[in-house]
Design a protein around this ligand. Structure first.
Ligand code: HEM
Length: 556
């Protein structure tokens, strides 16, 4: 088959889908016509929603249409809803989360990426069982245990940065995003897997290969979107060896994307399998105690998860594949989100020397009370009010994840806190009937930046709002997020399990870097663009890929 016949077949497939859906839509009226919302092209809202330059489309949704907006599906999709209303979000994420599920397409995609059923690809009671095992892994005790491992990595970052800047002419810039990406991957490798990618060695092939795979796999998957509805059926093909045999045939398809996708998926898996096999051997030969004989003394997340599973009652135990899929989900979850927000901190601080100086003074005062060369502990890092306020405000205004989506599996009525004005009758509605099959987009940034919820200065970056008023909202409105009354880490049963891990990493990186360096802007304009996470590009240099150039001065 030639590549032109593949494209023709795809084009014909897409054409048939569009015609079929058009015919179906002409016969059915949208049940959401009474809800205000943006107009969209004939192709529907998807192009606006995923437009890399479309962050304002998300941020302005509340101001223009309210906390529930109708998204017109155009020829391709059914109408959908964009929700940032606190009561509706509570219903979707907490009260009725068994009705608002991650879509089958995504469950299938993550099932393939993680080579099995992990948290990201299961739902309902099965998901609960996974989280029961995973959540305790992130308690405060564990964060204390992980702190020294994190410091190992941050000190590597510090010396790499010193080498990069030493002896350089004034005006020299460093791509801080590149270094922070190495940092977050190495953090999850050491603290999450008890492994290293030697991420700060510029020649490290382990880092290069893994980094390529983990950052390419989702963009490659988006190139396969026409096949997404079949991902779930694909990952259910048993036995696995037969599925692998079938996927081997992709090498002969004259279209690079599916093969590259397979290559990215396959590049990550052997690491988890080798680490898992090592733990099994240790357990069989030396019992549970032997699991502590690894570079982290058994404190890394994978070993703790493995031990917890071994000790769990039979009914709660997960299969080996499920444990490895969960470890893979953790590594995936920890990667781009954390490096993106760390780069955002440095970018923001470089533009506000006064804030940078005040944060440095707060950290130095805390470290001056410690012994020589002693690092701040997890609880000491948590008692720095200015650092805490800056982190909360950055997460509120600059959430790395802009939205997530769910699909309804049955008709259901949910309440709204802010009434919806019916654009046909002018009447206010306090409830919303959501029809089976509706896609519902959770506007996380929209809720975090709503002036109705946070007050007229909601769009401004004002860390002091957390110092003076504890970040209070208008009428003390509560959003159902797990972090500080905001949606950044989501809420309900699918909320981010790695939140404390991310906070520890951020606090520790900032505390070490601010004591050792001063950050200044490069003079270039950074555009933060919408992607799976919000990603920074230098204006005019988008082709060079994501970067954040910064001038760095070593402090005495
Ligand atoms: C700045 C840092 C982070 C942010 C903003 C963030 C945000 C989120 C959000 C919004 C979700 C929900 C996604 C959805 O339902 O579609 C999520 C899920 C998840 N996150 Fe994070 N995350 C961060 C860091 C981490 C870290 C460090 C880890 C692991 C150590 C992690 C592991 C996960 C996992 C495993 C899930 C899937 C949970 C489930 O489906 O039950 N994340 N995260």
């Amino acid at each position: 088959m030639t590549s032109s016949s593949v494209y023709s077949a795809l084009g014909l497939g897409a054409f048939i889908v569009v015609v079929f859906r058009l015919l179906k839509k002409w016969r059915t009226k949208s049940p959401y016509e009474y809800i205000p919302g943006p107009t969209s092209s004939a192709l529907g809202y998807l192009l606006d929603m995923h437009n890399p330059d479309g962050l304002p489309w998300h941020f302005e949704m509340v101001k223009k249409y309210g906390h529930v907006a109708r998204l017109q599906g155009g020829a391709i999709m059914k109408d959908a809803l964009y929700v940032s209303d606190p009561a509706a979000l509570h219903a979707v994420l907490v009260r009725d989360q068994h009705i608002f599920l991650e879509s089958d397409e995504f469950a299938g995609l993550f099932g393939i990426i993680h080579h099995g059923d992990g948290v990201a690809s299961v739902a309902g009671a099965e998901h609960k069982r996974h989280r029961k095992l995973m959540d305790p892994v992130f308690n405060n005790h564990r964060m204390n245990k992980l702190t020294p491992l994190f410091y190992n990595v941050v000190h590597q970052l510090q010396s790499t940065l010193v080498q990069e800047v030493s002896g350089k002419a004034p005006g020299h810039t460093v791509d801080i995003l590149e270094l922070l990406t190495r940092t977050s991957l190495e953090m999850i490798a050491q603290a999450g897997l008890g492994h290293t990618f030697n991420s700060f060695d510029p020649q490290s092939k382990d880092y290069k290969d893994f980094h390529w795979a983990i950052t390419s796999v989702l963009p490659l998957a988006s190139g396969l979107f026409l096949f997404m509805p079949y991902f779930n059926s694909w990952r259910n093909i048993q036995p696995v060896w037969f599925r692998n045999l079938l996927s081997g045939a992709l090498a002969y398809v004259p279209w690079q994307t599916p093969w590259q996708f397979k290559k990215a998926v396959d590049a990550m898996w052997p690491i988890y399998r080798t680490l898992y096999a090592g733990k099994m051997t240790a357990l069989e030969e030396g019992g549970v105690e032997a699991l502590n004989n690894n570079p982290t003394g058994g404190e890394d997340l994978m070993t703790v998860l493995f031990k917890a599973n071994h000790e769990a009652p039979e009914a709660d135990k997960l299969s080996a594949d499920a444990i490895m899929a969960n470890v893979s989900s953790l590594v995936h979850g920890a990667q781009e989100t954390t490096s993106s927000i760390l780069a955002r901190f440095i970018d923001l601080l470089s533009q506000d020397q006064d804030l940078q100086t005040r944060m440095r003074a707060e950290i130095k005062e805390a470290t001056s009370k410690k012994g020589d060369g002693e690092d701040l502990t997890w609880s000491e890092l948590n008692s720095l009010p200015l650092m805490d306020a800056v982190i909360r405000e950055t997460f509120r205004v600059f959430s790395p994840v802009t939205f997530v989506w769910r699909q309804t599996i049955e008709d259901t009525v949910i309440p709204v806190h802010y009434p919806i004005r019916d654009q046909q009758t002018g009447l206010e509605r306090n409830e919303l009937l959501v029809h089976k099959g509706t896609f519902l987009y959770v506007g996380m940034s929209a809720a975090n930046k709503s002036e109705v919820i946070w007050g007229p200065d909601a769009e401004e970056f004002k860390p002091e709002r957390w110092l003076a008023k504890g970040g209070s909202t208008v009428d003390n409105t509560r959003l159902p997020g797990v972090y500080s009354n905001m949606m950044t880490f989501l809420g309900g049963q699918r909320a981010c399990p790695g939140m404390k891990f991310a906070l520890l990493e951020i606090k520790l990186v900032l505390s070490v870097l601010l004591q050792a360096f001063e950050f200044h802007p490069s003079g270039q304009t950074i555009d933060w663009r919408l992607g799976i996470t919000v990603t920074p590009y230098v204006r005019g240099q988008e082709k060079a890929g994501a970067q954040v150039p910064i001038q760095v001065k070593i402090l005495d």
